[in-house]
Design a protein around this ligand. Structure first.
Ligand SMILES: Nc1ncnc2c1ncn2[C@@H]1O[C@H](COP(=O)(O)OP(=O)(O)OP(=O)(O)O)[C@@H](O)[C@H]1O
Ligand SMILES: [Mg+2]
Length: 227
């Protein structure tokens, strides 16, 4: 049996907007084992991105715990969470969020520099090679296609060999075929490094490729067993 990498317990998140209170996450509870791929699905506005940013330590819940590799993220200081993200977490954003003035290599280097990786520059070249971008390392994002930008974002997320990668709609605004090529790469990288992968998607095909599926309905999570 694989080790448990993530345990989410009674996760609750309420925001106050003037007089009104909104419960964005409602007593969420689930576990994820090392090496699993988990799809988070649900209607627009159900709370998927909110949940993902909590899990990645980008936001703090009102109550509940998120134990990642044995440590409760919700009890960490800002600095400790930054360290956690630098060493153990990779993130792929819907809009990829590459820095425009940096080359593909420099974008990946930025992530690697925060890590304890040896021989960082070579590791970044290798990460870009694994996503088929050896001939684009010195291109800036504006001179890359959407699909190429997605692959730079994947190289950046995986270069530190993180324990867990979070991806929020990683096919972004790409057309179906281009998005799928990137997704193939993502699963390849995940399997090579035995990374745990938690991704938010509206794409049924992508969700069905994952080991498990969690559905978010108005801030609550239910699990459907994938057969
Ligand atoms: N700080 C906030 N204050 C009030 N409401 C918020 C805040 N942040 C998010 N919301 C609301 O919480 C709900 C969940 O937002 P979230 O971005 O997590 O949805 P989502 O499931 O990722 O949707 P989509 O599929 O459209 O990306 C939305 O209704 C959103 O408007
Ligand atoms: Mg979202």
């Amino acid at each position: 049996m694989a080790d448990e990498i993530l345990r989410v317990n009674q996760l609750h998140y309420v925001v106050q907007d003037g007089e009104q209170q909104f419960t964005l996450l409602n007593q969420i509870h689930f576990n994820v084992y090392s090496g699993e791929s988990v799809a988070i699905v649900g209607a627009s506005g159900s709370g998927k991105s909110t949940l993902l940013s909590m899990l990645a330590g980008l936001d703090t819940p009102t109550s509940g715990s998120i134990v990642l590799n044995g440590r409760d993220v919700t009890q960490m200081s800002e600095d400790e969470r930054a360290q956690l993200r630098a060493h153990q977490i990779g993130f792929v954003f819907q809009t990829f969020q590459l820095l425009d003035h940096l080359s593909a290599l420099e974008n990946v280097m930025l992530a690697a520099q925060l890590s304890a990786l040896p021989d960082k520059r070579q590791q970044c070249f290798d990460a870009l090679a694994r996503v088929g971008l050896s001939n684009r390392v010195h291109h800036t994002p504006k001179t890359l296609s959407g699909g190429e930008q997605q692959r730079v974002a994947l190289a950046r997320a995986f270069v530190r060999k993180p324990a867990i990668v979070f991806a929020d709609e990683p096919t972004g605004s790409l057309d179906v075929a281009t998005g799928e090529q990137g997704i193939e790469k993502m699963f390849e990288l995940q399997q090579q490094a035995n990374t745990t992968l938690i991704l938010v998607t509206h794409d049924e095909g992508l969700a069905s490729r994952c080991d498990r599926r969690l559905t978010v309905v108005q801030g609550s999570v239910t699990e459907q067993v994938v057969v």
